[in-house]
Design a protein around this ligand. Structure first.
Ligand code: BEZ
Length: 307
């Protein structure tokens, strides 16, 4: 059994479909099916229930999956940490969700580049859930996302809880009526949420804020991304609840109004591989807290990471 078999098996188990797994692995489907068959023969057990749609793991498959994921994560960690110990080339690959670009991310990247000129940085836009698998595969070293996802191989630091605010078409009566508005004021509006997929996403945090208060917006309109939501708000198609850093993106045709409830927030979470104690990640974390202090941005108490 080779690492390749584990990678293929994990992709099929996660996608629950051979076609999607083959696309994710950038290979054709017949060789993928052959590799899974070889793996089952080598192990002498069936990993997937035959003829189940979507594919289901057998009990042996579930056991093998939980260990295969850990082995792959450890392999990725070993590769990237060995490279860093060797210090031949310092590089840091960063995954981020789009909305963090309106917050501190650009400043963090610029400052990190200024202070660490020899580290090659690369940036990859991806959902929080994709960041988890990209960290385990070694495609990224750090992720900035918004979803609180538990995973034994991933360390998560909640950097801050960002308040949400409401984006309304300019001239909308609610933007003129009062300085602060409540979610209840919005229930007769069309609520534009993003991103529509993959889920869970920031969209679910907005929906939960309504549900937690037993409120139901009149109509929900799901769109792919923040920029589209703002464009539709500007066109008068509805309103949107956005992270407050989006305010920096001032548009003449959109008004922003603060919510009256400071507990309506979306976290900004930094994720890294559990055992990765590399200097670059430590420096990135230090720099973020330094910037929060400089900019007087309230942040979540800093965890003791045991270093
Ligand atoms: C922030 O806005 O606080 C932030 C954004 C991206 C990465 C880290 C922090």
């Amino acid at each position: 059994m080779e690492l390749r078999h584990l990678r293929y098996f994990v992709a099929v188990a996660e996608e629950r479909n051979f076609t999607r797994a083959a696309e994710r692995l950038c290979i054709a489907q017949p060789p993928l099916s052959r590799q899974i068959q070889q793996l089952e023969e080598a192990l002498g057990v069936q990993l997937f229930e035959r003829n189940s749609r979507p594919l289901k793991l057998t009990n042996s498959g579930k056991f093998f999956y939980s260990h295969a994921v850990q082995l792959l994560a450890q392999t990725a960690e070993l590769e990237s940490m060995t490279r860093r110990v060797g210090n031949i080339e310092r590089s840091l690959s960063i995954g981020f969700v789009g909305s963090t670009l309106y917050g501190m991310l650009p400043k963090i990247i610029r400052r990190f580049r200024d202070e660490n000129a020899t580290v090659e940085l690369s940036l990859h836009e991806m959902s929080t859930m994709d960041q988890i698998s990209a960290l385990k595969d070694g495609r990224i070293d750090v992720g900035f996302g918004r979803i609180r996802h538990e995973d034994a191989n991933i360390r998560r630091v909640v950097l801050r809880e960002e308040r949400m605010m409401v984006a309304l078409p300019v001239g909308h009566p609610l933007s003129l009526a009062k300085p602060l508005i409540s979610l209840r004021d919005l229930i007769h509006e069309t609520l534009i949420i993003f991103p529509a997929s993959p889920r869970p996403s920031y969209a679910d945090q907005v929906l939960s804020a309504f549900q937690d208060r037993a409120l139901k917006p009149a109509k929900i309109y799901e769109v792919r991304e923040l920029q589209i939501a703002l464009g539709l708000v500007a066109a008068g198609e509805g309103i949107s609840v956005v992270p407050s850093s989006v305010y920096g993106l001032k548009r003449e045709d959109v008004s922003y109004v603060e919510l009256d409830d400071p507990t309506i927030v979306s976290p900004i979470i930094m994720s890294m591989r559990m055992l990765d104690e590399s200097r670059d990640i430590q420096e990135m974390l230090e720099l973020i807290y330094r910037l929060y202090e400089e900019e007087k941005i309230p942040y979540t108490p800093r965890p003791d990471l045991g270093q």
